[in-house]
Design a protein around this ligand. Structure first.
Ligand SMILES: Nc1nc2c(ncn2[C@@H]2O[C@H](COP(=O)(O)OP(=O)(O)OP(=O)(O)O)[C@@H](O)[C@H]2O)c(=O)[nH]1
Length: 223
């Protein structure tokens, strides 16, 4: 997957958000993806300042066998007191990463509530979801198995992956998987771009098919 910081040559912009309980690692996950494998994680292993409301990041990527797309990535506050800000924004999402912490059972049990909250506020546009079990590097403290998370994801109609921002496990793959599913839904007409909806934006029109070139008249030279 080729990555760029800007959006040159991107055909679409997909608006995606990471949702889940406070401190599950949404900010670290997004920053890891934007910084790439070589980037350092700010502010380090200590607890980062909790997100207040919403923060936005962006990164472009080329999908396998597809166009280049820009992901507009929204980091949302997990804390309840910011929920009225984040809720107002769900209807303009085309992709949602539902994030829980594999060492925090409550954050896993709250996933159906997060899912329901998005569905309840979405309007006619249906977002594509991906369930992420985050902090997979903390194996010894794990209290949610991959099998039960897979079962939950299947029951909610979405795919599941485990990620870690600390060792950069599956981070690129998670975003690539979500973006590919969005692109396929767009291609199949399951998602439609509409005026006034911010989930998908066309940045660059596909090139028009070129008209057949006019050949010089056959026959003897006229000059
Ligand atoms: N071991 C480990 N720790 C992580 C990982 N990702 C994040 N953390 C730590 O988990 C804590 C919370 O991370 P954040 O990214 O701030 O969590 P958040 O979900 O954005 O929190 P809110 O903004 O309150 O919603 C921080 O101390 C991070 O360093 C990870 O993959 N592995």
């Amino acid at each position: 997957m080729a990555a760029e910081r800007g959006a040159p040559g991107c055909r679409y912009q997909f608006r995606v958000a990471a949702l889940g309980d406070a401190a599950v690692g949404k900010t670290a996950l997004l920053r890891r993806f934007v910084a790439g494998a070589a980037g350092s994680l700010e502010p380090g292993p200590e607890r980062a300042a909790p997100t207040a409301g919403l923060e936005c990041y962006g990164r472009a990527l080329r999908l396998p066998a597809g166009p280049r797309v820009k992901l507009q990535l929204w980091d949302t506050a997990g804390q309840e007191r910011f929920r009225c800000i984040t809720r107002s924004f769900y209807r303009n999402l085309v992709g949602v990463l539902l994030v829980f912490d594999v060492t925090n059972r409550k954050s896993f049990e709250h996933i159906p509530d997060w899912h329901q909250e998005v569905l309840a506020t979405q309007g006619p546009h249906r977002a594509i979801f991906l369930l992420l079990g985050h902090k997979s590097d903390l194996e010894s403290a794990r209290c949610v198995s991959a099998q039960e998370a897979e079962a939950l994801a299947a029951s909610l109609g979405m795919a599941f992956m485990e990620t870690s921002a600390v060792n950069n496990c599956n981070v690129d793959l998670a975003f690539q998987t979500l973006a590919t599913a969005i692109q396929q839904a767009l291609q199949q007409g399951d998602i439609k771009m509409e005026e006034g909806w911010g989930g998908v934006r066309l940045i660059l029109r596909p090139p028009e098919p070129r008209p057949p070139s006019r050949k010089p008249p056959a026959g003897p030279c006229q000059c």
